[in-house]
Design a binder for this molecule. Structure first.
Ligand code: ADP
Ligand code: MG
Length: 260
């Protein structure tokens, strides 16, 4: 059994993924596939394991059972001669570099300008030439509509602007996959649209994205697929139009009746 061959062009493939924290079983057998170029939106009640699953994809949590492939790699392990070997920290770090993540809270470096925030990882981690990193970072600022904020510090930016910088910062590492964990949940309502618009453009540019969100309008308009998670499992999955219009599972119907 090889590791990469089995992903068959998929960006993410989860097979019976389990994760517990102590005696709390948070992921109870997640099966899911994300194709390259696909935008998958994930919805579900608080505590259903959405963030934990994203953290597993991003190598931030170790799964207890099942298999998880991301970007052609079996997460956490190397398979050889039918046996699994744990990856070294360096190998994990190398694989994580291809994944960008944007969180609910903007967590920009407060003592760095918007431009410096974006330049930091490619310059320090990838050790790319500074002038090159700088011009690419400026282009990224332009892409998220913040050309005029290069020299601003996070505290001088609105929440929506900070989140757009956070997206640009994640893109600076040229990820193959972008993960969003409720990227607009902490924003004032009037700032949500500008962040969703940047994400929509990213999707149109062909980025593979997994987006945990309560923004059903975004899911319907931008998502290729919609996953409803509850109690650590995928309860229902389909096109956003189908799931939102005709949810089949009572738990999906119940959840949607509360958020729509
Ligand atoms: P969601 O993102 O869907 O709201 P989470 O994945 O954040 O759900 O959390 C699922 C459950 O796992 C919750 O009960 C949460 O308290 C618990 N949990 C998450 N992370 C940890 C952790 N590091 N240690 C212990 N419990 C955790
Ligand atoms: Mg969460």
């Amino acid at each position: 059994m090889s590791t990469a061959d089995e992903t068959g062009g998929l960006m993410v493939r989860a097979e019976a993924v389990h994760k517990s924290f102590g005696r709390l079983e948070v992921l109870r057998g997640i099966d899911l596939e994300v194709k390259s170029g696909e935008v998958m939106c994930v919805v579900g009640p608080s505590g259903s394991g959405k963030s934990t699953f994203l953290r597993c994809i991003n190598h931030l949590e170790k799964i207890d059972a099942g298999r998880l492939w991301v970007n052609g790699h079996l997460v956490g392990y190397r398979e050889s001669g039918g046996r699994l070997y744990e990856l070294r920290d360096r190998e994990v770090a190398a694989q994580r570099r291809d994944i960008g993540m944007v969180f609910q809270r903007f967590n920009l470096f407060p003592h760095m300008t918007a431009l410096e925030n974006i330049m930091e990882a490619p310059y320090r981690v990838k050790r790319q030439p500074k002038a090159e990193v700088r011009s690419r970072s400026l282009a990224l600022l332009e892409r998220v509509g913040l050309s005029d904020k290069a020299g601003s510090y996070p505290a001088q930016l609105s929440g929506g602007q900070q989140q757009r910088v956070a997206i640009a910062r994640a893109l600076a590492m040229e990820p193959a996959l972008m993960l969003f964990d409720e990227p607009t949940s902490a924003l004032d309502p009037e700032l949500v649209g500008e962040v969703l618009e940047v994400m929509k453009q990213l999707a149109l540019d062909g980025m593979t994205m997994v987006v945990v969100t309560h923004e059903m309008g975004f899911a319907r308009e931008v998502g290729d697929s919609l996953v409803f998670m509850d109690g650590g499992v995928v309860v229902e999955q389909g096109t956003p139009g189908d799931v939102l219009t005709e949810p089949r599972h009572p738990r999906t119907r119940d959840f949607l009746s509360k958020v729509l």
